[in-house]
Design a protein around this ligand. Structure first.
Ligand SMILES: Cc1cc2ncn([C@H]3O[C@H](COP(=O)(O)O)[C@@H](O)[C@H]3O)c2cc1C
Ligand SMILES: O=C(O)c1cccnc1
Length: 386
């Protein structure tokens, strides 16, 4: 029997989940099926080409339609119950003055997400996207004063042990221990297992996390930290210079952390590590993964370094204004959908891109073909007079 993925998915009945264990924490090895299916790709391309429009005239929307069709294994893809997950965590490195804002903003913004007032809250609501905030290691007790075992709507508390105050200062020691990192990865996988629907939108909150993302890019992308470092929440040019020098020092301190999981533990943060676990679980379940800006993409950089097939499941929502994001996208060899100069994070860009993913599916599913609508096709010569 031919068990190649292409065969398994021929006739447009792609396997929906991989059967293998996707992740072996003991070895750090990851398996993920190659979902590239030439037969399905051809069927999707034919479907698009027969729609009542000049060939390719819906531009990159057609690429997105094709991608979603491949992920969901269907020429009539339906996106269901999209889930925005905002991964939150604090960073010990903020002690070195690498952000324009104090760490307390992390927990205060988590409360703002829960109250419905943040950008990601209103944009998710506008687009019918469910929002979950995950405390992966915020320096705050969101359940203080509540009876033991109580929960809060929209919040999941999944701190690795010892992560109650956030990561350690990575300029003095690794941001997290390997056991904390593995717990965070596990938490990410578990939480995705518990979510409905077939699409995961990645958001994050963590003062100082552009620094972690910059260092992950520098180390795993082999780039100088200067091109990977930007203003984050709004540092001026001299402050960006100082931030760059701090990050250069941290990279030198953890010079041995070259393997993806070692780099993740060395540079952090808990929200990024939990996101990596979530990405693997979502990829394994063939959910559409909508990647937000600089920090969310850094989680994909780590995941991709471990298992490149992860990219087959990702749609990159936008190109962030944060310096370094374009290098991240280049490193991954991907193009983002929107370019709005956003530099917020939270998942705001992913929520904004969501209607385009839905539009791509509607085109693929519902547009008439030349044959069904009785519209004449292109002339053989394909010459336009004049
Ligand atoms: C009020 C406020 C809301 C935010 N929402 C997202 N971020 C963004 O800024 C932070 C990263 O930037 P840096 O590395 O410079 O600290 C992250 O929390 C990110 O999600 C915010 C930042 C602020 C100040
Ligand atoms: O692109 C992002 O995700 C971003 C940029 C700046 C600050 N926070 C997040």
């Amino acid at each position: 029997m031919n068990t190649s993925p292409a065969h398994a998915a021929s006739g447009l009945h792609a396997q929906v989940t991989d059967t293998q264990d996707a992740w072996n924490l003991a070895t750090g090895r990851m398996t993920l099926a190659d979902i590239a299916d030439p037969a399905l790709t051809q069927a999707l391309q034919d479907t698009l080409n027969h729609k009542t429009k000049p060939l390719g005239s819906l531009g990159r929307l057609e690429d997105v339609a094709l991608k979603i069709g491949q992920i969901l294994g269907s020429t009539a893809p339906v996106l269901e119950q999209p889930q925005m997950v905002v991964f939150a965590g604090d960073h010990g490195l903020t002690a070195r003055g690498i952000s324009a804002f104090p760490s307390d903003v992390t927990w205060q913004m988590v409360e703002n997400f829960l109250a419905g007032g943040a950008a990601v809250s209103v944009l998710s609501k506008q687009n019918g996207i469910a929002l979950t905030v995950v405390d992966c290691g915020v320096n705050h007790d969101f359940l203080a004063g509540l009876p033991a075992g109580a929960t809060r709507p929209g919040l999941q508390v999944r701190k690795a042990s010892g992560a109650e105050r956030g990561t350690a200062d990575s300029s003095a020691q690794p941001a997290m221990t390997t056991s904390q990192r593995d717990q965070a990865l596990q938490h990410g996988m578990e939480l995705v297992k518990g979510l409905p629907g077939n699409a995961l939108l990645l958001g994050e909150m963590g003062i100082g996390n552009t620094s972690a993302a910059s260092m992950l890019l520098a180390r795993l992308g082999g780039l100088d930290i200067a091109v990977c470092t930007g203003a984050g929440t709004g540092l001026d040019a001299p402050a960006v210079q100082r931030k760059t020098e701090v990050l250069r020092e941290v990279l030198a301190l953890h010079a041995e952390a070259t393997a993806p999981l070692d780099a993740l533990a060395a540079f952090g943060g808990f929200e990024i590590a939990t996101m990596v676990g979530a990405v693997f679980q979502a990829a394994r379940e063939r959910r559409v993964i909508v990647v937000d800006g600089f920090i969310a993409t850094s989680a994909i950089v780590v995941a991709h370094a471990l298992q490149p097939h992860v990219l087959q499941r990702c749609v990159f929502a936008h190109r962030s204004g944060e310096r370094g994001h374009e290098f991240m996208l280049q490193h991954l060899g991907v193009q983002a959908l929107l370019d709005l100069g956003l530099r917020l994070g939270e998942g705001s860009g992913a929520a904004l891109a969501w209607p385009l993913l839905e539009a791509a599916c509607v085109v693929m599913r519902d547009m008439a073909s030349f044959a069904s609508a009785g519209v004449s096709t292109q002339t053989d010569e394909a010459h336009v007079p004049g």
